[in-house]
Design a binder for this molecule. Structure first.
Ligand code: FPP
Ligand code: MG
Length: 321
């Protein structure tokens, strides 16, 4: 994450990193080996940043808020490990995924182990409010992921938005909700920060789906075109299909449905999406969600932490990885 975003919570990030590593420790060799690999391939820590900054912007970013951020980042890590099994992925963050190195069985069980550890950390906070929100978010993420695998090639934006709200936005909403609870927010502030996280989460996933068309493998750390290859219809393609009024749309959709077989076919789908304004429109929609999310920050008084949250939102839609 950009230094400027983390600046108001620099001491807390230091403690977060130390304790995150400790939380993954295990006396089972294979679990420790996979935990070490996870430590070597850390992500952007966007969710912990949102959580800690929210706590700080509302009141205080305490040790409890740090523990909550650890729980949330571990849940996130678990979901990506399971997602890589579900998606038959072989690369994430520039390196081979756990399922490729240790096989599906070990990877799935490691995801389960992480989920258990995360819940253990959250239980330690002794807050029913946090537990209720966390278990609800986990359930919704699983529903979203299942919705995605069964949704297949349905070119419907309503299904797409419901799915990304569940699989991605629910954890971002949780990050901000829990930050607000532990920062000592009023019920109104907690609700608004949850909405903030949800809208930023939707903007994040649309951007992720855009990067699958416009990004490059080097900066992304994973191959582009994966979604189309996996027969997933994400917003850029859904919008392009909707904008195309001739038979080409049916042909492209049939191609994606039956499975892309060559790089040429993939390029054809990419050009179609560009030509029928799928990229342009999806980018606009991501920005609209980001702007709508930002409005929720108005319940907070101005502070460095609030400014950093604003910057984080801009980063979510402007990033290249
Ligand atoms: C990445 O999406 C995946 C998610 C945002 C959610 C995954 C959720 C689960 C596997 C269910 C919950 C599991 C647990 C352990 C609670 P993507 O495939 O669009 O992104 P990618 O290109 O980065 O893989
Ligand atoms: Mg995936």
């Amino acid at each position: 994450m950009l230094n400027q975003i983390l600046q108001p919570i620099q001491p807390q990030i230091g403690r977060f990193e130390e304790r995150f590593k400790k939380t993954l420790e295990s006396d089972v060799k294979l679990v420790q080996a996979m935990g070490d690999r996870i430590m070597e391939t850390r992500g952007k820590i966007l969710r912990p940043a949102l959580s800690l900054l929210t706590a700080q912007a509302i009141g205080e970013c305490s040790d409890r808020a740090i523990d909550a951020a650890i729980g949330i980042e571990i849940i996130h890590t678990a979901t990506l490990i399971h997602d890589d099994v579900v998606d038959f992925a072989d690369k994430r963050r520039g390196t081979e995924v756990l399922n490729l190195r240790w096989g599906n069985q070990a990877a799935v069980l490691m995801g389960d182990f992480l989920l258990a550890r995360a819940l253990q950390v959250l239980v330690g906070l002794d807050s029913m409010e946090v537990m209720r929100a966390a278990t609800r978010a986990v359930g919704r993420m699983i529903e979203g992921e299942i919705q995605e695998i069964q949704g297949g090639v349905e070119a419907e934006s309503a299904i797409y938005f419901s799915m990304i709200d569940k699989k991605t936005a629910s954890l971002m909403a949780l990050s901000c909700e829990v930050g607000a609870i532990l920062g000592g927010g009023t019920p109104e502030q907690v609700a608004q920060m949850s909405t903030f996280g949800k809208e930023v989460g939707i903007a994040f996933q649309i951007t992720d789906d855009l990067l699958d068309f416009t990004g490059d493998e080097e900066s992304l750390g994973k191959p582009v075109g994966n979604d189309v290859r996996e027969r997933k219809l994400t917003l850029p393609l859904i919008r392009a299909l909707g904008n195309c009024q001739n038979g080409e749309a049916e042909r492209i959709q049939a191609k994606v449905r039956s499975g892309i077989e060559s790089d040429e076919e993939l390029q054809e789908v990419f050009h179609f999406v560009e030509r029928y304004k799928g990229i342009e429109e999806a980018r606009e929609e991501a920005k609209t969600y980001a702007t709508s999310g930002l409005k929720n920050l108005l319940v907070l008084t101005t502070s460095d932490a609030r400014q950093a949250l604003e910057l984080a939102v801009r980063h979510v839609v402007d990033r290249d990885r």
